[in-house]
Write a protein that binds this ligand. Structure first.
Ligand SMILES: Nc1ncnc2c1ncn2[C@@H]1O[C@H](COP(=O)(O)OP(=O)(O)OP(=O)(O)O)[C@@H](O)[C@H]1O
Ligand SMILES: [Zn+2]
Length: 661
């Protein structure tokens, strides 16, 4: 079909004239222009959704090109939303695409803004953003289609306030974390060293100058070894000299050595001085910069024989005494070139580095990162697609592994483990994107009975399972709230104006919160006189009014700005009319809580770690299916991937279903 009229013929025939013409008026928000987002944008443009707002915070990376087919090499470093919109617009001239290059969590995307859409489609890759969009859609009463993929697996979930479960009705499992002491002083596996390097060392050297004692306070409360914690505290404080050197152009070359000296020599010596710690475990070996460089360094600890790696590389051999990471007596022929000989490791990333090579990589990557700081970058954190940070994490985690007698990893393996990544498949994204459109059409038709939670699963006989939707969890702290909005000038509106205004005649005793912050309770009303701005309660944020007796549902107020045409001498705030009437609460044991909502608002930072168990089912299926290509990787934790039973099936051992939730 080459003409615009011809282009619409099939869509009209399939959708029927009524829905088809309604689609051209439909305002849809698509959040994310990555793997799913590109496929989905193409689908909704071709289906004829008339007004599409496409939002993404990121720019195009070279590694996106293999599956994000709206992008070309020339587009690398351009905004994903802008380029995707430009590429897809000609697919259907009747469609208007408005690209936005921004984070969906920014305050201008407030409840008013969300309310302007008929439907929202998520094509995101992290829990935090997904939960944010879920809450905004619940607040604005806009239907949402949530989705995710992981390798061959995927899920589509339509979410409608008061009708179905929301994304937060079922708490998500916390990603696997490790005790602080394991990471900071007694690592025993490569992942411990990688987490240390990525989440701790990178932060200490190149991150914000914040004191890392909160984590240690918490560890102490959890009953971890007090003496060890005290040593770790001193260790953290001693980072300031190294941080300074890294930021000082005159000491650039020596800064890397200084960093090395501190973390691989002094800190390890300090730990060794705690004899008790090493009574039942082998002590680490402090590393010697000069000796490693002149290849005379003798390792006291043996590196255990490695399991064959996930990528099928030959295991790294064990040796009772290692000279510069090489077995037996030092042989100069064996040093830097030895790791490539014999083994079929053609790719640089898949080559195991010698101890000296790791040290050289540590120095060069530290210098590169230091130069970036000196050139004005304020902080640098780990990004698997940022070569400097990946080199740094590879080198420093391997040096730490060497000190502790742990098997080292190749750059490729470090990327996989540090990025919590599993391969993703363009075809899965395509299937899921098609299913998203089908569910979106049910929503627009209001055919609620036909909505399904659809899983794409690794089960050749039943690749798709469609599950009837569950009702909202009566104790959900997100979708069971009564939402409303207040438009105001926060510089002139007080907390009391809003809370008393919303409660109207009611004399209920309430607590008032912004996120986890308590702002007032029945015995403490000092803040009622303060302006919202002085309390940092501004556009895009929510105030929650919690009934002290727990009898009535929580009222959650989305804060917006006064309309453009609001008279200058008009009131400072506009209350909703009618005022919200929260229903009586069903009393039962809470699954999730109303504020303070620590249980619901899992901080879920992007760098929480889930360990990819080499023996896990996922890996087995990935290896068997030869999907180990590094080209498309996804963050397991960020995807909110959960190994769990599907809602209606009993999962059989061999099903290997990962439900993306
Ligand atoms: N808070 C957010 N606001 C806007 N867009 C977001 C937000 N969080 C994530 N995204 C976008 O969601 C998209 C998810 O796409 P996808 O899962 O394919 O990730 P990717 O970053 O393109 O690929 P990969 O992570 O595999 O390198 C990304 O383009 C990302 O920028
Ligand atoms: Zn819910």
């Amino acid at each position: 079909m080459s003409t615009a009229a011809g282009r619409t013929t099939h869509a009209k025939a399939i959708l029927g004239p009524e829905l088809y013409s309604r689609l051209s008026e439909t305002k849809v928000l698509l959040v994310g222009a990555g793997g799913i987002g590109c496929e989905l944008l193409k689908n909704i443009v071709l289906t004829g959704f008339g007004h599409i707002t496409l939002l993404d915070l990121d720019t195009i990376d070279l590694s996106n090109l293999n599956r994000q087919f709206l992008f070309r090499k020339k587009d690398v470093k351009q905004s994903k939303a802008l380029v995707a919109a430009q590429t897809a617009a000609p697919f259907n001239p009747n469609v208007k695409i408005t690209p936005i290059y921004a984070n969906i969590k920014e305050p201008q995307f407030d409840i008013e803004w969300f309310s302007s859409f008929d439907i929202v489609l998520n094509a995101l890759d992290n829990l935090d953003a997904r939960r944010h969009v879920n809450k905004m859609c619940m607040a604005a009463q806009v239907p949402l289609v949530e989705s995710g993929t992981a390798g061959y697996l995927g899920q589509v979930q339509p979410l409608v306030k008061d009708l179905t479960e929301c994304f937060d009705c079922i708490p998500k499992p916390t990603p696997k974390t490790f005790p602080v002491c394991t990471i900071r002083s007694t690592p025993s596996q490569p992942i411990h060293c990688i987490v240390w390097s990525k989440s701790y060392l990178m932060g200490q050297l190149f991150g914000e100058d914040e004191d890392a004692t909160g984590e240690l306070d918490e560890a102490e409360k959890q009953g971890e070894n007090a003496q060890e914690i005290a040593t770790l505290r001193k260790e953290a404080q001693a980072f300031s000299a190294v941080r300074k050197a890294l930021r000082d152009p005159t000491s650039k070359e020596s800064a890397a050595r200084m960093a090395f000296q501190k973390v691989f020599d002094s800190d390890i010596c300090n730990l060794l001085s705690m004899a008790d710690m090493w009574r039942h475990r082998a002590p680490p070996t402090p590393l010697d910069f000069g000796k490693i460089m002149d290849e005379s360094f003798v390792m006291r600890r043996a590196v255990p024989a490695a399991e064959p790696s996930a990528n099928g590389h030959p295991p790294h051999g064990a040796a009772p005494v290692l000279v510069n990471g090489q077995p037996g007596q030092h042989d100069s022929q064996q040093s830097s070139s030895s790791s490539t000989s014999g083994a079929k490791v053609a790719l640089k990333d898949q080559k195991k580095l010698t101890l000296k090579e790791n040290l050289e990589l540590f120095v060069s990557s530290t210098n590169r990162l230091a130069t970036r700081l000196q050139n004005g970058e304020e902080t640098i954190s780990f990004d698997k697609d940022d070569d400097d940070t990946l080199d740094f994490v590879t080198a420093s985690s391997n040096l730490r592994s060497a000190a502790y007698g742990i098997e080292e990893k190749t750059r490729w393996e470090v990327k996989e483990m540090a990025g919590n990544i599993i391969p993703a498949i363009a075809t899965t994204n395509a299937v899921i994107s098609g299913l998203i459109v089908l569910q979106a059409l049910h929503l627009l038709r209001k055919s609620y009975g036909r909505l399904r939670n659809v899983h794409l699963q690794f089960k050749p006989s039943v690749p798709l399972s469609a599950i009837t939707l569950s009702s909202p969890n009566p104790n959900c702290g997100i979708c069971r709230d009564t939402y409303t909005k207040v438009l105001c000038d926060p510089t002139k509106t007080t907390l009391g104006d809003v809370v008393k205004g919303i409660l109207g005649q009611s004399d209920r005793e309430v607590g008032v919160y912004e996120d986890k912050r308590i702002l007032a309770d029945p015995d403490w009303d000092d803040n009622y006189e303060r302006t919202l701005e002085s309390l940092n309660v501004t556009r895009g944020k929510f105030l929650t009014i919690v009934d002290e007796e727990g009898d009535v549902a929580t009222i959650t107020i989305g804060l917006g700005v006064l309309p453009g045409n609001h008279p200058a001498d008009g009131p400072a705030f506009i209350l909703p009319d009618p005022l919200p009437q929260p229903p009586k609460k069903v009393k039962s044991v809470p699954v999730t809580s109303t504020p303070p909502r620590a249980s619901l608002k899992r901080s879920a930072p992007d760098d929480d770690i889930i360990e990819l168990e080499p023996s896990s089912k996922r890996q087995k299926s990935a290896a068997n299916q030869d999907i180990s290509s590094p080209s498309k990787k996804r963050r397991l934790e960020e995807d909110g991937l959960v190994l769990m039973d599907t809602a209606n099936d009993k999962l059989e051992e061999e099903d290997e279903v990962i439900v993306v939730d």
